[in-house]
Design a protein around this ligand. Structure first.
Ligand code: SAM
Ligand code: DTB
Ligand code: SF4
Length: 349
């Protein structure tokens, strides 16, 4: 049975737990954007089971708890990136074994997107290992890729590094649904992870995307040696964007040998769950995407991520350059958990 299968989700509710009184999320209430550090900290630090329960309650007010969006990634330009992001195997600063390549052909990208759609994905995300977009032949080809992927009825997302207002406008006119540009961590911890750009550079690109009418996909990574306070800081940054990002990817670091973070301590899956639950409570309408790192999660930890409000995953054997769970494994998990893929055209993007 495919991921598009029709197994019904468990829709019963839990009784007897206190409601999330301090989280102000009555049905229909509009999301808040004025989250202070203290308020975010209070949510993040709630007792674990209470936090997950509150997140699931909120999740059910805004989303179908049995539906999860399947997204597929494709690296359209791999490796050789001039940025020094300590987690990234595509940085030219490190020897990770990733082979650099040129920009893929439009035809190859179209074929990969069609295959992704036929496999049940409703969103296709193209990544390029660029610091920023440069106008010229390659950007023109990316615009053509966007138009072609959009013609398949898929949501189209790109992650190409920094953008100018004009470039964001051109992507919007080509049919881009979403632009992924992560803040990754708190403003305080950022310079320990990346030295070749500043937090403010990230925020400026996010603003350009927003102004162009493209939806914002912005999240971060856990497991980089950051503290709870850094995760709280990241979540506060995201939740004070107005409007909130429509899409919040939460990545667990994929530790790639040769990168500065290749030998880090693995993140605690319960910290991942806590981060997802807090994101769900702060940004109730967003798609919260359980992104990189699923290969190191047990089935049970993954189920907790869904319970905490994650409602999207990446499928396919590869993320950009690193492995992802096998398709069969994901299909089995969907059957066991009673989850269904969100049909094409029905997510909140
Ligand atoms: N170069 C563009 C940029 O940085 O915005 C786009 C591609 S970049 C690979 C997209 C995102 O992937 C990064 O912002 C980071 O959050 C995530 N990422 C990269 N390497 C990762 C890793 N090893 N583990 C988890 N997430 C990672
Ligand atoms: C995001 O936040 N995670 C995805 C997507 N946005 C582009 C990328 C994960 C990359 C993991 C490392 C790799 O495969 O190279
Ligand atoms: Fe380059 Fe993006 Fe990797 Fe940073 S995360 S090194 S900008 S590809």
């Amino acid at each position: 049975m495919s991921l598009m299968g029709t197994m019904k989700a468990v829709t019963g509710s839990f009784d007897g737990m206190p409601a999330a009184a301090d989280v102000q999320l009555a049905a229909g209430a509009s999301p808040r954007h004025d989250w202070s550090r203290e308020a975010v900290r209070a949510v993040y630090r709630r007792p674990f089971l209470e936090l997950v329960f509150a997140a699931q309650e909120t999740h059910r007010r805004f989303h179908d708890p049995g539906q999860v969006q399947l997204c597929q990634l494709l690296s359209i330009k791999t490796g050789g990136c001039p940025e020094d992001c300590s987690y990234c195997p595509q940085s030219a600063h490190y020897r990770s074994g990733v082979e650099s390549g040129g920009l893929l052909d439009v035809e190859a990208v179209y074929a990969a997107a069609r295959q992704a759609r036929d496999g049940g994905a409703s969103r296709f995300c193209m990544g390029a290992a660029w610091r920023e977009v440069r106008d010229g032949r390659e950007f023109d080809a990316v615009l053509e890729m966007v138009a072609q992927v959009a013609s398949l009825g898929l949501e189209v997302c790109c992650t190409l590094g920094m953008l100018t207002d004009d470039q964001a406008g051109r992507l919007a006119r080509a049919g881009l649904t979403a632009y992924n540009h992560n803040l990754d961590t708190s403003p305080e911890f950022y310079s320990q992870i990346i030295t070749t750009r500043r937090y403010g550079d990230r925020l400026r690109t996010i603003e350009a995307v927003r102004k162009a009418g493209i939806t914002v996909c912005c999240g971060g990574i856990i497991g980089m040696g950051e503290s709870d306070e850094d995760r709280i800081g990241l979540l506060q940054q995201l939740a004070t964007l107005d409007p909130h990002p429509e899409s919040v990817p939460i990545n667990m670091l994929v530790r790639v040998p040769g990168t500065p973070l290749g030998e880090s301590e693995p993140a605690d899956p319960l910290t991942l769950v806590r981060t997802i639950a807090t994101a769900r409570l702060l940004m109730p309408a967003a798609m919260v995407r359980l992104s990189a790192g699923r290969r190191s999660l047990t089935r049970e930890a993954t189920a907790l991520c869904f319970l905490a409000g994650a409602n999207s995953i990446f499928v396919g054997e590869k993320l950009l350059t690193t492995p992802n769970p096998e398709r069969d494994e994901d299909e089995r998990m969907f059957r066991e958990l009673g989850l269904r893929a969100i049909p094409n055209g029905q997510s909140r993007s």
